[in-house]
Design a protein around this ligand. Structure first.
Ligand code: NOJ
Length: 558
């Protein structure tokens, strides 16, 4: 373990979906001044880095993941001055800030695409991926490639009769990174925001950046539905559309670009899909690619000790130091964590204890810290463009797919933040109409109520985040799974070890009490998710059902 790990390996990240976090002007849409007003809450919670989903100028057809101007701010979120003020205010509180960056595609209303589409001869034509169709009149798509949503990803343009490629939705045409001008322009976009003081970037569908230049058909596969661990599906292996070797080398170009900014160092976290071994390639053979990648397997982690232990082992093997894994339990595309735990608060506390004590960067989705629940909304009422596409599907199928990890109406995990128990939950003015309805339980589940209750999930997160900041073992230590304590297999134990500092974490995934006997007499109980008090630890301890503890030890003799 190196002497001092860079800050981004030790940090904790909190994701803000700006549209749903805090509305400062009563238009029903969350905005940047609203985020600024809530920074003291976030600093008090103890998270160290904030990641904001996109707020750039955009027609909002995919709520910001369709950028029209990479250098501007959408008026509903505020102004460029607000963005600069946000960066400053975050830094003043000793926190870091990460922006979202959609390199793969733009909005179809971006001036580049408007120009590209205007004529085959336009010098921006080659900024996007245009091909002639097959068939006598080019009436069939150029090849069999499917988008990430399973439909044909080629879209025919009436004017020229050619087809353009879109990895996601039709209004999000993919940029052509084989054109050096595109690549350089997008690197400049990255530099621009780093120069503004942004500490890192989250890279949207980074696995799709390069498509194979042969445009050969993707091979057939029997696989129907893709998942976070295996993105192939819809009866094809997407070998020519995702995980292209050129994307991996682009990751190294980006790394060099970002590493040119120091004091402080900046970082990149890539949205990529696959099993941990596949994903590790994005970090580069010499740890010279993306700093971090999302490991979405944790999004589907079941509440079972054996599976959790196996996953930690797999992640540790795939991401040994100098690589750093990530632990993600929710985001703006997925079913909320508490739904997967059937609303069980104590289980949520145990998962939080795991997430904030294991080796790796935890990503906390807004509202997770108070146990905000998933809000099922019928597809026909969905504003999310993915829901709109699937409007005609029966609701039972949407529910089933959502539980299986494919959320068709992402509005369900984007309901407004629940600040207090009053009208509009403090998200928006009382007489405003929030862009999405508040969860009906907001009167019960909210920040105010949990701040007053020392046994709340919020206090559990606060306690863990504070401990993690103080404990070198937890924020920088190596991880060793511990199998010799004579504990049932459903109890997971690991040791975190940094020079001079050792912490033992024991997580009881059973619904029974489990005795814990440790030979060391002078350990101290640093944290329990059962109650936040710190008590001396005298060798014996009885773990309550779903209890997780952190125990400190004196460092072993060198
Ligand atoms: C992944 C983002 O997380 C999602 O919200 C977005 O719709 C797609 N990429 C397209 O940008």
């Amino acid at each position: 373990m190196p002497e001092e790990l860079p800050w981004w390996k030790r940090t904790t990240v909190y994701q803000i979906y700006p549209r749903s976090f805090a509305d400062s002007n009563g238009d029903g849409i969350g905005d940047l001044p609203g985020v600024i007003e809530r920074l003291d809450y976030l600093a008090g919670l103890g998270v160290e880095t904030l990641w904001l989903s996109p707020f750039y100028d955009s027609p909002q057809a995919d709520f910001g993941y369709d950028i029209r101007d990479h250098f501007g701010v959408a008026p509903e979120y505020g102004t460029l001055d607000d963005a600069r003020r946000l960066i400053d205010e975050v830094h003043k509180r000793g926190m870091k800030i990460v922006f979202d960056m959609v390199l793969n595609h733009t909005s179809d209303q971006h001036p580049w695409f408007v120009a590209s589409r205007s004529a085959r001869e336009h010098d921006k034509r080659d900024w996007y991926i245009w091909r002639d169709g097959r068939g006598k009149h080019g009436e069939r798509p150029p090849n069999n490639w499917r988008s990430m949503l399973g439909n044909n990803g080629w879209h025919r343009d009436g004017e020229s009769g050619q087809w353009y490629w879109a990895s996601f939705l039709s209004f999000q045409p993919d940029l052509n990174y084989r054109n050096p001008e595109v690549k350089e322009t997008m690197l400049e976009v990255v530099r621009h925001w780093l120069r503004q003081g942004v500490d890192g970037l989250r890279l949207d569908i980074f696995n799709a950046i390069f498509k194979d230049a042969s445009f050969a058909d993707n091979p057939f596969s029997l696989r129907l539905l893709p998942s976070a661990e295996n993105p192939h599906g819809f009866f094809q292996r997407n070998v020519h559309t995702i995980d292209h070797p050129d994307t991996l080398s682009f990751a190294r170009d980006l790394r060099r670009t970002v590493d040119a900014f120091q004091d402080p160092a900046r970082f990149l976290v890539g949205e990529v899909f696959g099993d941990p071994t596949t994903l590790r390639r994005y970090c580069g053979a010499e740890a010279d690619g993306l700093h971090l990648v999302f490991l979405f397997k944790t999004l589907r982690m079941r509440f079972a000790g054996r599976g959790v232990r196996a996953l930690i082992r797999e992640i540790e093997q795939a991401f040994p130091e100098p690589l750093t894994p990530t632990y993600v339990f929710g985001n703006h595309d997925r079913t909320r964590l508490l739904q997967r735990l059937d609303g069980h608060q104590q289980k949520a506390k145990l998962f939080a204890t795991l997430q904030l004590t294991v080796r790796g960067v935890p990503f906390i989705y807004y509202g997770e810290e108070i146990g905000m629940e998933h809000y099922e909304i019928p597809l026909v009422h969905g504003l999310d463009p993915v829901a709109v596409r699937h409007r005609k599907l029966p609701q039972w199928l949407a529910r089933y797919l959502g539980r299986a990890g494919m959320l068709l109406n992402r509005d369900e995990c984007r309901s407004p933040m629940q600040w207090h128990g009053g009208t509009n939950a403090g998200f928006s003015a009382e007489n405003a109409r929030p862009w999405l309805a508040l969860h009906p339980r907001s009167a019960l589940t909210n920040v105010d109520a949990q701040e007053r209750d020392p046994a709340s999930l919020l206090h559990c997160y606060q306690g863990l985040l504070a401990l993690r900041r103080q404990s070198r073992a937890l924020n920088a230590g190596a991880l060793e799974l511990v199998d010799d304590l004579g504990l049932p297999r459903a109890v997971v134990a690991y040791r975190r070890v940094a020079q001079g500092d050792v912490a033992l974490v024991v997580l009881n995934f059973t619904s029974r009490e489990v005795p814990l006997c440790l030979e060391v007499q002078d350990g101290a109980l640093l944290f329990s998710n059962r109650d936040a008090s710190t008590t001396p630890f005298f060798g014996r301890y009885s773990l309550a059902p779903y209890e997780g503890v952190v125990v400190s030890f004196p460092a072993p003799e060198a």
